[in-house]
Design a protein around this ligand. Structure first.
Ligand SMILES: [Mn+2]
Length: 271
């Protein structure tokens, strides 16, 4: 009997993922599963919107790959990784569990993580800042409707691109960069997050929520957003020396950031 050889995984200190949106049609569980198989991490931080209960309430969608993501995370927690779950707004039902454990998984409202090089990073989902960036209810509703539409288009476009052999490309991501209002929203969100980190006296913040991966310094605070697994297919990783980077993981994998830190994390094959 032949066994398919598995490439040895990369080894990192921590991975930070958020906005997986299991139960939502646009979730790229396939890329995420491949990422989780390829990377061995001491710490796995899941920073909100792991399960999209909003979408599940509208229609139940739960393919095997979505179940597999949960199974993989639980298996990692049982086999030596520290797995921390910080629920977001789409899975706020789970916020009742904050401060307790779900089996081998720690559940927190937010958490300070110290990197290998001693930086204290505040981990939270990011919907905490919705009030700071609000544009009013009408614009918010229009924005949400447009967003749904864009994700729908993105899904179709991706299927088409795949058929013709092109790699993943995010329409929603592209549009967010084109629309000035969206860009202003992103700026306001990032600034609010950095302000909050400063008042908490930490060196930086790691969040998700806006599906916009980023790593930049804002007034002396390191703002990191690990992105999402609907559009960007990104995670933040910390290497053994505490260096942080944003990885995109689709057919092609690439380092999107750092833009403020020298070097890229050393992705060492596991021994
Ligand atoms: Mn969210």
């Amino acid at each position: 009997m032949s066994v398919t050889p598995v490439r040895r995984p990369h080894r990192v200190r921590s991975i930070f993922i958020s906005d997986v949106h299991l139960g939502y049609r646009g979730c790229r569980a396939d890329y995420l599963l491949h990422f989780l198989e390829s990377v061995e991490a001491r710490n796995i931080f899941v920073i909100g919107d792991l399960i999209d209960f909003w979408s599940l309430r509208r229609s139940v969608y739960w393919p095997a790959s979505h179940q597999e993501v949960l199974r993989t995370l639980l298996t990692r927690a049982r086999t030596g990784s520290r797995v921390v779950y910080i629920p977001g707004n789409h899975d706020e039902l789970a916020r009742d569990l904050c401060g307790t454990r779900y089996g081998p998984v720690e559940v927190h409202r937010d958490l300070v993580h110290e990197t290998a090089d001693g930086r204290r990073m505040l981990l939270l989902h990011g919907d905490e800042f919705d009030e700071d960036v609000k544009f009013g209810p009408l614009l918010k509703r229009v924005g949400e409707a447009a967003y749904e539409l864009i994700l729908g288009l993105n899904h179709g476009l991706h299927a088409l691109r795949r058929r013709f052999g092109y790699g993943y490309w995010s329409l929603a991501h592209w549009i967010k960069h084109q629309v000035p209002n969206a860009v202003r929203y992103i700026d306001r969100f990032e600034e609010a997050a950095a302000r909050h980190a400063r008042t908490r006296g930490v060196d930086g913040v790691i969040c998700g929520h806006i599906h916009r991966p980023a790593m930049r310094e804002i007034d002396g605070v390191l703002y990191c957003n690990d992105g999402d697994w609907v559009e960007s297919c990104t995670s933040l990783v910390e290497d053994m020396n505490g260096r942080l980077a944003i990885l995109r993981w689709t057919e092609q994998s690439e380092v999107l950031a750092p833009t403020v830190e020298p070097g890229v994390p050393a992705l060492e094959p596991a021994a």
